[in-house]
Design a protein around this ligand. Structure first.
Ligand SMILES: Cc1cc2nc3c(=O)[nH]c(=O)nc-3n(C[C@H](O)[C@H](O)[C@H](O)COP(=O)(O)OP(=O)(O)OC[C@H]3O[C@@H](n4cnc5c(N)ncnc54)[C@H](O)[C@@H]3O)c2cc1C
Length: 368
């Protein structure tokens, strides 16, 4: 629970609040929000940036609970450049061995190159596959939703290697045969690309870890991101509740506090109940993950609940604040678009529900 943090964890939370107040809400001149580069510099100085990075690369390799504390605290200010506070994490590339360490992992950790994640495919095509040819893999297929794909130097790509099975393979975007079919922007403002791979040749040493073992790696990365969404959702929930508290304590035209109306109070209380449940789930799942437990089912449950709860909270907050909250640059309008994407990204809520059902009914997995 957020109440039972040790002194180091409390100090981390305090540091993140101070950081947000100093750099995310206003810049040093107190006028505008700090630029992305400024935030990166300040986050490095504060020791926040390195939390997501492995010790082998000078990072802090923070625990799940520490990452949740930091993300929740920063998100509770609803800043518009939250992502800049944390350095690139290795993701599936953390399992790289051999030449991939020097060619891709080190430059990624140093911020010299960028990577994306290629998992989702169009419905009507065969899965992205590869044939072995001597020391090479020849890859054909499509990936339909690669975030940051246009600017990426390489894509960690899920590929079915013939005779071996699903594998994670590094595909450089500059390789002949890698074609961007379409670039698009989703409602939350993030940029993506759809790729085609036409006889793309990569060395077999571009397979991350062992061939045929790619799916668990991809799922681990997705699982970590699910907890990340939940931690940010929890921070945003705190921000929404604080905004609504001020709003409901302010007076309407008749001179009465807006929160005096019973139906409004009832709705606000419901949001507080959701936020309480969300935070409780988040901290419990993070603690289980840190104790080495398998939290696949719990991370799915937390992601589904957190993303649906924050969606409902922002939606209700807009209703209670009124039309002004729907003006394009209102923070609630921006947040509405951002959190909507989370019910699909990293696993659609409906599909995760099916997986949670399967977890218990067919595999006997999952806690309550
Ligand atoms: C902002 C954003 C960023 C993303 N970034 C990436 C990325 O970097 N890399 C990447 O690989 N992907 C990315 N994605 C894609 C994301 O992972 C997929 O959108 C998500 O997994 C859902 O897959 P889909 O869009 O193909 O929808 P589908 O799988 O077609 O699902 C759509 C709906 O169909 C129904 N449905 C689907 N399957 C079943 C089933 N088995 N049983 C019952 N109902 C079902 C559900 O209602 C579901 O919500 C991103 C998506 C978003 C929105």
């Amino acid at each position: 629970m957020p109440e039972f943090l040790d002194p180091d964890q409390l100090a981390l939370r305090e540091k993140c609040h101070q950081f947000a107040e100093d750099h995310l809400v206003q810049n040093i001149t107190g006028q505008a929000t700090a630029t992305r580069d400024e935030i990166i510099r300040f986050a490095k100085e504060a020791g926040i940036y390195r939390m997501t990075q492995p010790k082998a690369f000078g990072g802090l390799e923070s625990s799940q609970i520490e990452l949740c504390i930091a993300r929740e605290a920063l998100a509770s200010y609803n800043p518009n450049k939250l992502g800049a506070c944390f350095g690139p994490s290795p993701g599936v590339l953390g399992a790289a061995t051999g030449p991939l360490i020097d060619s891709h992992l080190k430059p990624l950790m140093n911020g010299r190159i960028r990577c994306s994640f290629g998992f989702t495919e169009p419905d009507n095509v065969s899965p992205t596959n590869a044939q072995e040819d001597g020391d090479l893999l020849r890859i054909n297929g499509q990936k339909s939703y690669v975030t940051g794909g246009e600017d990426a130097d390489f894509i960690n790509t899920l590929v079915q290697i013939e005779g071996k099975g699903p594998s994670m393979v590094v595909v450089d975007t500059a390789c002949p045969g890698v074609v961007i079919e379409e670039k698009f922007t989703s409602l939350d403002g993030s940029h993506h690309a759809a790729f085609q791979f036409k006889n793309v040749e990569v060395p077999k040493s571009n397979v991350i870890g062992s061939a045929g073992k790619g799916l668990p790696k991809a799922m681990k990365q997705i699982g970590d991101t699910r907890l990340l969404f939940a931690a940010e959702a929890s921070g945003f929930a705190l921000w929404v509740l604080a905004l609504l508290k001020d709003h409901l304590q302010s007076k309407d035209k008749s001179g009465t506090a807006r929160g005096n109306k019973e139906v409004v109070r009832w709705q606000y209380a419901n949001l507080r109940i959701k936020a309480y449940a969300l935070r409780s789930m988040l901290y419990r799942t993070a603690r289980l993950a840190d104790s080495g437990e398998n939290v696949v089912n719990e991370a799915m449950a937390t992601k589904v609940f957190a993303t649906e709860a924050i969606g409902e909270m922002v939606d209700t907050a807009i209703q209670l604040v009124g039309g002004v909250a729907l003006v394009e640059n209102h923070p609630l309008a921006i947040l509405y678009k951002k959190v909507r994407a989370w019910r699909l990204a990293e696993g659609a809520s409906d599909v995760l529900r099916l997986n949670i059902g399967r977890g218990i009914l067919e595999l006997g997995k999952g806690r309550i």
